[in-house]
Ligand binder design. Structure first.
Ligand code: PRP
Ligand code: ZN
Length: 293
């Protein structure tokens, strides 16, 4: 029987989120010793646990059918030309969000990309960095490093760096300050362009549909509250991304109604405080486990 071979990162920034997504998609894996290969028990999917740098070329060469990889890695490999150029994003996965940024020592004179002309930049993304600056008419020397890029300015290996930033803690700890965003990235599901094997694509469709449901439900919440009848319109207007809330009567009360709504946008504390200020009471925000529409 045909099984879809899916490449995921074995360890690093995407591995936990990737496995978490697959588990939420209902995939069960036998607890095995094999760290390279895992077989789903309840869907014809085999995981190949590999280094993220290798994922684009494994999918491009046909060793794997699909892969979960950071968009940053995908785009860097695609700039390099060759087979990864034939890859496409099948689905954006909404986790492992980060940015690729240019940064330089806080106290130094580099404050914008114009200051980079003729300077040396350390990065694990040489093609993305060089192209981004070349498109803006700036020529730099690029020193490629496979990790610990943030130490390069202190070691006088480079004047500035181009590196991934998520919390910003690494830059802060190394006395660096970002001044330009080169790329905004997240985890993506990739495949080879073109038609593909029909059976593989049928399995991929199941995975994609379930992933979409997981991604949508992650930020969707179910809100329940009691609203003063005369403030109902104002309260409905405050509910983030709710299509048509259900309004029900509250037993024994005609001054208050119960409102139930599915909110498709993040619900912040500020929203709840604004609802309360309009007179809403007994506000509950519940997670939604699964969604299929
Ligand atoms: C990235 C990046 C920084 C760090 C940034 O490294 O190169 O070192 O994460 O994250 P922060 O803004 O939350 O501090 P990664 O974890 O991918 O490992 P690597 O440096 O070994 O490539
Ligand atoms: Zn790093």
């Amino acid at each position: 029987m045909t099984r879809l071979r899916l490449a995921v990162q074995s360890k690093g920034r995407l591995s936990e989120g990737g496995m978490d997504l697959l588990k939420k998609c209902g995939l069960r894996f036998a607890y095995g010793r094999d760290r390279l290969h895992q077989r789903a028990e309840n869907l014809p999917v085999d995981l190949m646990l590999v280094r993220d740098d290798d994922i684009p070329s494994f999918v491009a060469s046909g060793a794997c059918d699909y892969g979960i990889v950071g968009e940053n890695v995908l785009l860097e490999k695609q700039k390099g030309g060759g087979k990864p150029a034939d890859l496409e994003i099948a689905l954006r996965l909404g986790f492992a969000k980060c940015t690729l940024k240019l940064a330089a020592p806080k106290e130094g004179e580099i404050r914008s990309i114009a200051d980079l002309e003729g300077k040396t930049i350390a990065t694990s993304y040489p093609d993305l960095t060089r192209d981004y600056l070349a498109e803006r008419g700036i020529t730099v020397d690029v020193v490629e490093m496979s990790g610990s890029v943030e130490v390069a300015p202190r070691l006088k290996i480079a004047d500035a760096i181009c590196d991934l930033v998520s919390s910003g803690a690494t830059l802060e700890a190394n006395g660096l300050e970002a001044f330009e965003t080169v790329l905004v990235s997240e985890a993506v599901l990739i495949r080879r362009k073109g038609e593909g094997d029909a059976e593989i694509e049928a399995i991929a469709d199941i995975l994609k549909r379930r992933s979409e449901g997981v991604i949508a439900s992650a930020q969707t919440k179910y809100i329940l509250l009691n609203a003063p009848t005369d403030r109902l319109e104002a309260i409905k207007a405050l509910l983030p991304g709710a299509d048509a809330p259900t309004v029900a009567s509250v037993a024994g009360r005609d001054d208050v109604v119960a409102v139930h709504a599915v909110c498709r946008e993040r619900v912040f504390w500020e929203t709840l405080e604004a609802l309360k200020a309009e007179g809403a009471r007994a506000i509950l925000v519940l997670p939604i486990e699964k969604m299929l529409s």
